[in-house]
Design a protein around this ligand. Structure first.
Ligand code: GUN
Length: 293
C-alpha cells in the first residue's frame, strides 16, 4: 500500500492552527501579523502566486499589502520601496516576487531586504544561517517538504536521500536540511543536477527521492527503488484540451512511480500547499519575535 502524502489536507489543518493562534493574539489586543509583497510587471504565474498569498493571509487573519509595480520600474525606485518597508516596524515579512525584469539585478534586490523580515529566506544571511543549522527563515518550499516529512513520521536518520535539482530556492537548501543534525535530517545526501551522469544509478539507491527540476514526468517508475519515499516539487502547466486548457503536471511520472514506492506526494495537492503554509509560518515567526512572544 502506498501512502499518499496529502499536503493539501495537512496544510489546511496547519493553516487552521495559525488562524487560531492569530485569533488568540488579537483577543489580547495585539495587531495582526503583516506580510508585504512586491510584484513587478505582469507575469501570469507571478500574479497567480501573489493572489494566492493574499488569499492565504486573509484566511489566517494576517494583514497583507501588495505593491504592484510596472515592469519598467527602475531598480533605484524598487530599492527605495524596499527600504521604506524595512523601516516600517509594523511589517513582519517582505517578499519580492521573482522573476524580476532583466534590467533589475535580483541579487541586489534580495540582499536589500532586511534579514529580520526576509520570510522568503533568500538573503545571504538567511542562507548562511541555514547552512550552519542556526535559527533562520527557511525558504517556503524546503520548509514545507521538511514539515510534510515530519508530520507523516517518515524516518530519515541514516537514510540515503537523493535530491534532483540544485536551485538556490529548492534543491540546494533541501540537500542541506536533509543532511543536517536533527529530525528530519541525518540523511546521507546525493545532490544530482543537469550534469549528473546515469542519474538512475543514484535514484535507484535512494530511500528518499526529492525531485525539483521542472521537467514534467522526469522521474520514471524504473528509476526508483521499491519502497522508496518520493517527493515531487515540480509543477508545470501542460496544455491539454480540458476546460482550463492546461493541467498541472509534476516532475514525477505519478502512476508508474506510485506502484513502486511506499509514499508519494501528488501534484497538485502535495508540496504546493505546504509551500504556501511555509510563508505563513515564517511571517508568524517574525511577528512573534517582534511582539516578544
Ligand atoms: N517565485 C517563484 N517562487 C517564489 C518564491 O517562493 N518567492 C518569491 N519571492 N518569488 C518566487
Amino acid at each position: 500500500m502506498t501512502t499518499i502524502l496529502d499536503g493539501k489536507s495537512l496544510a489546511l489543518k496547519l493553516r487552521g492552527d495559525i488562524r487560531a493562534e492569530v485569533d488568540a493574539h488579537r483577543v489580547k489586543g495585539l495587531r495582526a501579523p503583516h506580510l508585504a509583497a512586491i510584484l513587478v510587471g505582469d507575469d501570469g504565474a507571478s500574479k497567480t502566486y501573489v493572489n494566492s498569498k493574499e488569499k492565504d493571509c486573509e484566511y489566517v487573519g494576517f494583514h497583507s499589502s501588495v505593491h504592484r509595480l510596472k515592469s519598467d520600474v527602475s531598480e533605484a525606485d524598487l530599492l527605495e520601496l524596499i527600504r521604506s518597508i524595512n523601516d516600517n516596524s509594523d511589517i513582519d515579512g517582505l517578499i519580492v516576487q521573482l522573476p524580476l525584469p532583466k534590467h533589475i539585478d535580483a541579487t541586489k534586490i534580495t540582499e536589500a531586504i532586511n534579514p529580520e523580515i526576509d520570510v522568503d529566506g533568500f538573503h545571504t544571511i538567511s542562507v548562511g544561517k541555514l547552512t550552519k543549522n542556526e535559527d533562520t527563515y527557511i525558504s517556503a518550499t524546503p520548509f514545507g517538504v521538511i514539515k510534510l516529512i515530519e508530520e507523516y513520521g517518515i524516518e530519515t536518520k541514516g537514510k540515503h536521500c537523493v535530491v534532483i535539482g540544485r536551485s538556490n530556492i529548492v534543491g540546494r537548501p533541501m540537500s542541506i536540511l536533509m543532511s543536517r543534525g536533527g529530525n528530519p535530517g541525518e540523511c546521507t545526501v546525493t545532490l544530482c543536477h543537469r550534469y549528473t551522469k546515469n542519474i538512475s544509478v543514484h535514484t535507484k539507491m535512494a530511500d528518499i527521492v526529492i525531485v525539483a527540476v521542472g521537467i514534467p514526468k522526469f522521474l520514471k517508475g524504473d528509476m526508483v527503488k521499491p519502497g522508496a519515499v518520493v517527493i515531487d516539487v515540480g509543477i508545470t502547466r501542460v496544455e491539454t484540451n480540458n476546460d482550463k486548457g492546461y493541467e498541472l503536471v509534476g516532475d514525477v511520472d505519478y502512476d508508474a512511480v506510485k506502484s513502486q514506492c511506499s509514499a508519494i506526494t501528488p501534484v497538485p495537492g502535495g508540496v504546493g500547499p505546504m509551500t504556501r503554509y511555509g510563508l505563513l509560518f515564517n511571517t508568524l515567526k517574525s511577528y512573534k519575535k517582534k511582539q516578544g512572544l
